[in-house]
Design a protein around this ligand. Structure first.
Ligand SMILES: NC(=O)c1ccc[n+]([C@@H]2O[C@H](COP(=O)([O-])OP(=O)(O)OC[C@H]3O[C@@H](n4cnc5c(N)ncnc54)[C@H](OP(=O)(O)O)[C@@H]3O)[C@@H](O)[C@H]2O)c1
Length: 299
């Protein structure tokens, strides 16, 4: 029988990738309801109310030891090499963090029979038939997308209770883990022109809304859920919202096409997510315009 102290103590949530963009938002949002243990690797960061531990998740012995030491009640696996051009250039090196570590974590969570949530991506789709719902077949066109599909499928094989959250493009301001938005702001502030794709579409969401969506989904069952934002827009349209919010002239933006730029990893045209399942469960992310004005008002 549990003592009264044990019964009152919040449950333990292990969050991998805690030092990353999404992981930092997850730790910040989860710590009011959970006893949070964040896993970092090269960045030694602190988040108020959370305990941090540094582990290379590619080291299977260390990962097993971590799970034994913490005995989490639930796990969110957000750690990854999430830059498509790095996965494209180093498919073997990135396979070990993006795929093998995910598979091992699934086996360890299966042993403990605890909720496990994988953070996946809209880039599991080829961008030809948007918007994508949870029942659409995966069709990745770059190594990163292929690795995420292997992680998803291998985790479900090893632990059918796994919940997969497919995330859209995320934006926000985290000093040690910048999103794409921060480099846009730096260029604007430096007076540089800002070329942005007019023919690449996503359903962007702020890091805070993404984290709230993930925490809402945790424990809601197994399978797949899409956590896209309410707006489908091109990168150029995102830039329009950004310059409007920051008060820069629209002339600083330069529209361009995917074909104009030589990218090492192929880029899908439109991986907009259909997130109606999540919306029906209470996921309510802000529009891009609303989220930008909140984020940039406080930074
Ligand atoms: N950012 C987006 O727009 C986006 C969109 C869709 C899906 N996603 C997915 O969301 C998740 C989080 O993405 P993010 O943008 O937050 O990534 P990020 O900022 O690049 O952070 C990656 C995290 O993974 C950790 N990590 C990398 N290699 C590791 C290793 N060998 N052992 C332990 N930890 C390791 C990093 O730790 P250190 O920094 O301490 O080294 C960091 O905490 C990823 O699964 C990504 O695929 C991201």
């Amino acid at each position: 029988m549990l003592g009264s102290q044990d019964a009152l103590r919040p449950k333990k949530l292990l969050i991998t990738g805690a030092s990353g963009f999404l992981g930092w938002h997850l730790c910040s949002e989860a710590q009011s309801d959970w006893q949070v243990f964040g896993v970092t690797y090269t960045h030694d960061i602190k988040v108020s109310g959370c305990s941090m531990v540094s582990v290379d998740l590619r080291d299977f012995a260390s990962l097993k030891q971590l799970m034994q030491a913490i005995q989490p009640d639930a796990v969110i696996h957000a750690a990854a090499q999430a830059r498509p051009h790095v996965c494209q250039a180093q498919p073997q090196a990135t396979f070990s963090i993006n795929v093998e570590a995910s598979w091992l974590l699934a086996a360890l969570c299966a042993d403990q029979n605890i909720p496990l949530l994988l953070i996946s991506t809209d880039l599991v789709f080829d961008g030809q038939h948007p918007p994508y719902s949870e029942t659409d077949a995966v069709s990745p066109i770059n190594r990163y997308g292929e690795q995420k599909v292997m992680a998803e499928q291998g985790m479900v094989e090893r632990y059918p209770q796994t919940l997969i959250c497919r995330m859209p493009l995320m934006f926000g301001v985290v000093p040690h883990a910048p999103s794409f938005m921060q480099s846009l702001i730096q260029k604007l502030q430096a007076g540089q022109p800002l070329p942005l794709f007019e023919d690449e579409f996503r359903t962007p969401v702020s890091g805070f809304d993404a984290a709230r969506g993930v925490l809402m989904a945790l424990g809601k069952g197994k399978g797949y859920i899409h956590l896209g934002g309410p707006d489908r827009m091109s990168r150029y349209e995102f830039g329009q919202h950004l310059v409007n919010t920051l008060g820069f002239p629209i002339s600083r933006l330069q529209g361009c096409l995917q074909a104009d730029v030589d990218c090492s990893a192929p880029r899908p045209a439109d991986v907009s997510l259909d997130s109606s399942l999540a919306f029906s469960l209470g996921y309510a992310p802000q529009s891009v315009a609303q989220a930008l004005s909140c984020l940039l008002a406080v930074t």
